[in-house]
Ligand binder design. Structure first.
Ligand SMILES: [Zn+2]
Ligand SMILES: [Zn+2]
Length: 335
């Protein structure tokens, strides 16, 4: 079968002919129908880590069940399925509490083990989620980033009319805006650097948007939210944005950091003086993935703009160039 393989000894990825994956008694073989290119795939594209094992990338995937191991009883051939990314060991103290995303021995589909930018993929049956009726394969690929947004939003208790600030209108940020507005009925401010993304945020219901290259985002947020947002979601990966988050939150408010910051130098004074609560949120678990599919099925999120750019698997180079040049919101490969 054809697969997009990442060889970590050099930059880039390549399309290769590889054997069809095997599957254990507890695994499911899926014929991939659609697989999204995530920002993290873009970062892996450029990654060089000598010694790291080669993998087929792709974790935002959906397809049809074609076969499964003898211990799988909950699925049938032909079932339409999407797959969640985190494979916990099920026995460490975190898995025991349901925090598979924090597992001691975490494996991730398309990150540490073979994923879905291929004609077929095999995953544990527990990571297979049935796609509801009337949800397309393309829409189902968005369950992954949507589940990330849901987990971040559920770290705190957003009420109707809470002031929510989303820093960074990328895929996860824009999906968070939609949930905050349409499901939680909060009031939303979005900050970013790109006018096209900010106008999408407005289209999805944001009450106020600000371009940080033109205006001081902290001043803007304090002004619009009557002295500070209740909840600030940092989804940019920028050090400056994380610091802005601390200065834009009201006293006793909460910040959820949704992108990975490594070494940062930040003024922590507001965290202490204003008794802020800072949460980290990484990935998601089965529950949020099912919630995401449910929101998609109930049309609570508008995914039209996220599913419009599709490419055949063979045109993976064009699709990656499209994503990395930040033209559309999202690109989806169709094996
Ligand atoms: Zn992703
Ligand atoms: Zn574990």
């Amino acid at each position: 079968m054809l697969a997009v393989v990442k060889d970590f000894s050099r930059k880039g990825v390549s399309l290769q002919e590889v054997p069809r994956p095997e599957f254990s008694p507890y695994e499911v073989l899926i014929r991939v129908k659609a697989v999204g290119i995530c920002g993290s795939d873009g970062r892996m594209f450029n990654e060089v880590t000598p010694g790291r094992k080669k993998i087929i990338i792709g974790h935002e995937l959906s397809g049809e069940v074609v076969d499964f191991g003898e211990k799988v009883h909950s699925l049938r051939k032909g079932d339409r399925a999407a797959t969640s990314i985190c494979i916990g060991c099920a026995i460490c103290r975190y898995c025991r509490k349901g925090y598979f995303n924090l597992c001691d021995k975490l494996e991730e589909v398309g990150v540490t083990i073979d994923g879905g930018m291929a004609e077929y993929v095999s995953v544990p049956a527990r990571n297979v989620h049935r796609i509801p009726e009337h949800v397309s394969f393309e829409e189902a690929t968005l369950a992954d980033p949507l589940a990330c947004s849901i987990r971040g939003l559920e770290m705190v208790s957003i009420q109707k009319d809470s002031w929510v600030c989303v820093l960074g209108p990328g895929t996860i940020g824009l999906l968070a805006v939609q949930i905050a507005k349409r499901v939680l009925r909060a009031r939303v401010v979005v900050t970013g650097t790109r006018e096209d993304r900010l106008s999408l945020a407005q289209q999805f219901g944001a009450d106020h948007v600000v371009n940080v290259n033109q205006d001081d985002p902290v001043k803007f947020i304090l002004d619009k939210t009557d002295g500070g947002a209740d909840f600030v979601f940092e989804a940019t990966g920028s050090e400056k944005a994380l610091e802005d988050a601390f200065f834009s939150t009201k006293r006793n408010g909460s910040i959820v950091a949704m992108t990975v910051h490594k070494q940062v130098q930040i003024n922590m004074e507001p965290v202490i003086r204003n008794e802020l609560k800072v949460f980290g949120s990484i990935c998601y678990n089965y529950k949020e993935f099912d919630q995401a599919l449910d929101l998609i099925a109930k049309k609570k999120v508008d995914l039209a703009l996220f599913t419009q750019h599709t490419f055949p698997l063979q045109q993976y180079e064009k699709a990656f160039a499209f994503v990395m040049s930040r033209q559309g919101v999202k690109a989806i490969l169709k094996p």
